[in-house]
Design a protein around this ligand. Structure first.
Ligand code: PAF
Length: 284
């Protein structure tokens, strides 16, 4: 595996490769969720590029950006073990050089739930960096996790609206045995907070079966005050719909999760269609 840091070097490398290119965009701090994305890219495509860039433009809180876990050496070794061909790890000034003045923004979808909580710049920051990565790498397929369901919906809209010639693959959320969705932020939870965080997937499961009020009651039992718990459409993120979504800060760690109501999926669709990418939660 090669580590590449500049766009000219990346372009020169990619002109020499043959076959389908898979891109796994990441902000590092790899866990089994990232590993499943890299594994899917390795299985489906001929040349796997994993990008590693903690994107300042998508953080509304400088303390959150500062505290974001970073360990390039460990990430590089995981990517190599999983068969990635390139780790593309650009410096901030490579992505945002002096004079950078363009923003890609998906109206509407970017302003609700995660967008409303994290501020108007969050999804614009995601779209701008992902559009740049798509132009830098020119992948045939790009891989994202279902855990960031609203990010997936926003990026789908962007890909369609801007005619990016690529496919988006959405991989199911990877979970701990008690249902907690894997996240790079989980390492910041104390043991007590970790136990409390298990309330999030439980509340989603209950909300998906019995409605938002029932889910909120579970969160209260766990002592969690959510930013939102809602049942929305997975494409528009408008209520009502079959996707249960939640965001809450546990201790000082902000966590999000979602689960699609089971009846929306058939076994054939699972894993093949993002609307069928059901997060299977353990029963309590
Ligand atoms: O999901 C993430 O890790 C980030 O939002 C992404 C897609 C890598 C863009 O910075």
């Amino acid at each position: 595996m090669r580590t590449i840091r500049t766009v000219p070097e990346l372009r020169a490398h990619l002109t020499r490769v043959e076959g389908r290119v898979g891109l796994v965009p990441t902000m590092g701090a790899f866990h089994a969720g990232h590993e499943s994305l890299i594994g899917a890219a390795r299985a489906d495509t001929d040349h796997v590029v994993v990008s590693l860039f903690v994107n300042p433009a998508q953080f509304n809180d400088p303390r959150d950006l500062e505290a974001y876990p970073r360990d390039e050496r460990a990430d590089a070794s995981i990517a190599q073990e999983l068969g990635a061909d390139v780790l593309f790890a650009p410096a901030p000034e490579t992505v945002y050089p002096d004079g950078f003045a363009t923003t890609v923004r998906v109206a509407g979808l970017s302003d609700v739930l995660e967008g409303a909580q994290r501020g108007p710049g969050h999804f614009a920051g995601v779209c701008t960096v992902v559009a740049k990565l798509f132009n830098m790498v020119r992948p045939d397929v790009a891989y994202f996790g279902q855990k960031d369901a609203q990010q997936v919906a926003v990026l789908r809209r962007m890909v369609e609206d801007l005619d990016f010639p690529l496919a988006l693959e959405v991989c199911p959320t990877v979970r701990e045995p008690d249902g907690l969705a894997l996240s790079s932020r989980n390492v910041r939870l104390s043991p007590g907070e970790r136990a409390k965080a298990a309330g999030l997937p439980q509340a989603l499961r209950v909300a998906a079966e019995g409605g938002v009020e029932a889910g909120l009651a579970v969160l209260r039992e766990y002592g969690i005050e959510p930013e939102y718990l809602a049942l929305v459409d997975p494409d528009t993120f408008e209520a009502p719909g079959p996707l249960a979504v939640v965001a809450a800060t546990v201790g000082t760690t902000r966590l999000i999760d979602n689960v699609l109501i089971e009846r929306a999926a058939t076994p054939e669709r699972r894993g093949a269609d993002p609307k069928g990418a059901v997060s299977v939660l353990p029963t309590p």
